[in-house]
Write a protein that binds this ligand. Structure first.
Ligand SMILES: [Zn+2]
Length: 544
């Protein structure tokens, strides 16, 4: 015989269980059905999402369907983890692309004409005449003097495609106080008239910094970021659910994460943004910590400090162990040497700030690894997850060292495409060039390898096109499509230290995913760029 109290208790229990089971706390917000690629190897037919997170897969996921569960059945399309571009300059690029574009400009004369035309129609409120994108191979002898003669009343700044060189007018030189007496900075070069020593308005690497700072200070957040929301939509449509965003270009400090924080707050941010603040000297750490602490966010997160160890390979300024065959006597440019680098790594470890290092040439890679090894030896181990970017040329023993130190690498197959268009093979010599851009060596060395574009250095946001191009790098073993997709998902998640919740579709991971018209792993590799991104979801919410 059951007591009344006992019956009441069991009724209460049944009621409680029924209440929990369906239509209440435990059902899913979203159920995704179809060909779901958890990663490049593993598939499932269902994922259940609650509060932006994947809570079940397969049959377990289907069991969480309740009356309030939204359902997405992708039919014969394919779900993949959302793509993450591990190297962009989105704020800098959106600013530059909204100004004078010089990408195809064939000569210095054409650049002068284009600049004068542009300046004549320019909003008088616009502080500087800014252009972007000229190519060193089209303009081998950049010189601002012709522009100085026609634009005399406002400053002009024309940055090259790589961002490592600029042409300016006399007005800009005067603002920055650059004269015949100004010495070249240790990390840069001021172009000069061979007879008079007067600056011509051509500035390389560190010589751009004074002018870049002056120019950017004139732009408030609103003017600086006016084209950013549109560009974020382009990025999202290309399949990106996240980017590693460098709030800088060489010499340009755009450390304004509050622009992204404000977009997140207003609901206008369609992708995750992991941002890196530029660190030009060890004295910048305090400012970076303050930026980090003052800009908390969910989609927007602090990634670390970005430092430039050397120049760019495209302009033969990467720091090399051997001299450039096409430029005898030159070993490229470096901004930091061994001791300065070690001090920065030590400080970063002490403060708990990950570093993202621009290292192109083999000497730069070596110097960075020496610094990490010195700090790891002194402290016992590294506590932060640091990233090496670009690595156009790395020695085989560097691969072992990177792996031992537990670093990630982030590479841009678009740089190989650009090198092929340019004169890099001539600078490096065919033999060296033949083992440059060998991204498969990192993959085979077991190093987490992230892919990205370095946008706007390469002006496409078409993620599947870039993934495809990484299978065409001319290296002995090119990346496979599996490598490429892994590089855009798990590899990039590792690079931002989010291997626990991003880059895969599995229980406990955030529901960032894309729906593709076809499976890139099944179609012929050359058909991959034709695959379309049909839908995108971030945190389980569809982006429109
Ligand atoms: Zn970059």
């Amino acid at each position: 015989m059951t007591s009344v109290g006992g019956r009441m208790r069991s009724l209460w229990l049944v009621f409680l269980l029924a209440g929990c089971k369906k239509d209440d706390v435990e059902t899913a917000d979203l159920l995704v059905l179809g060909n779901i690629h958890m990663d490049v190897e593993t598939e499932t037919d269902a994922i259940a999402v609650r509060n932006g997170q994947i809570v079940a897969i397969g049959a377990d996921a289907q069991a969480l369907k309740g009356t309030g569960t939204a359902e997405v059945d992708v039919g014969d399309q394919h779900v993949f983890p959302g793509f993450h571009d591990a190297h962009t300059h989105l704020l800098a690029g959106s600013f530059a692309f909204a100004r004078l574009l010089l990408l195809g400009t064939p000569s210095m004369e054409a650049m002068t004409t284009a600049t004068v035309d542009y300046a004549s129609d320019l909003d008088p409120e616009e502080p500087w005449v800014v252009g972007y994108g000229w190519l060193a191979e089209n303009i081998p002898e950049p010189d601002g003097r012709a522009i100085s003669e026609v634009i005399t009343d406002r400053p002009v700044l024309l940055v090259s495609n790589s961002g490592h060189e600029a042409v300016v007018n006399q007005f800009a030189l005067d603002l920055a106080g650059i004269t015949a007496e100004t010495p070249d900075p240790p990390d840069g070069m001021i172009g000069r008239d061979p007879d008079t020593g007067e600056p011509t308005g051509y500035l390389v690497e560190g010589a751009m910094t004074a002018i870049a700072t002056q120019a950017m200070d004139e732009y408030d957040d609103a003017r600086l970021s006016s084209a950013l929301p549109g560009k974020l939509v382009d990025f999202s449509r290309s399949g990106l659910t996240g980017v590693s965003e460098i709030l800088a270009a060489p010499g340009f400090d755009l450390g304004r994460p509050q622009i992204y924080t404000a977009l997140e707050e207003s609901g206008d941010l369609p992708i995750r943004v992991t941002w890196y603040a530029p660190l030009f000297s060890i004295d910048d750490f305090d400012e970076i910590e303050a930026l980090r602490d003052n800009n908390p966010g969910e989609l927007v997160r602090f990634g670390g400090a970005k430092i430039w160890v050397d120049g760019s390979m495209g302009s033969a300024e990467a720091w090399m162990e051997e001299e450039y065959q096409g430029n005898p006597g030159s070993f490229g440019t470096h901004y930091l040497d061994g001791d300065a680098l070690t001090a920065i790594v030590f400080e970063a470890e002490t403060r708990g700030i990950p570093l993202k290092l621009h290292v192109n040439g083999d000497a730069a890679v070596d110097a960075a690894l020496d610094a990490f090894e010195a700090v790891a030896a002194a402290n016992g181990s590294l506590t932060q997850h640091h990233i090496l970017d670009h690595l156009c040329l790395a020695d085989p023993d560097d691969i072992v060292r990177i792996s031992t130190l537990g670093l990630s690498v982030s590479v841009q197959p678009t740089h190989y495409a650009a090198a092929n268009l340019g004169e890099t093979a001539e600078y490096l010599g065919e033999e060296v060039f033949s083992h440059a851009y060998d991204y498969s060596s990192f993959v085979e060395g077991g190093i987490p390898t992230a892919l990205g574009t370095d946008w706007p250095v390469w002006p496409t946001t078409h993620t599947l096109l870039v993934a495809w191009s990484s299978t065409k790098t001319g290296a002995e073993r090119e990346l496979t499509m599996e490598d490429a997709l892994r590089g855009y998902t798990e590899g990039s998640a590792a690079a931002i230290n989010r291997s626990e919740d991003l880059g895969r579709l599995d229980v406990g991971y955030l529901a960032d995913f894309v729906v593709l018209s076809q499976n890139p792993l099944e179609v012929d590799v050359d058909a991959v760029p034709d695959i379309t991104v049909e839908r995108r979801f971030v945190n389980g919410r569809e982006i429109h």
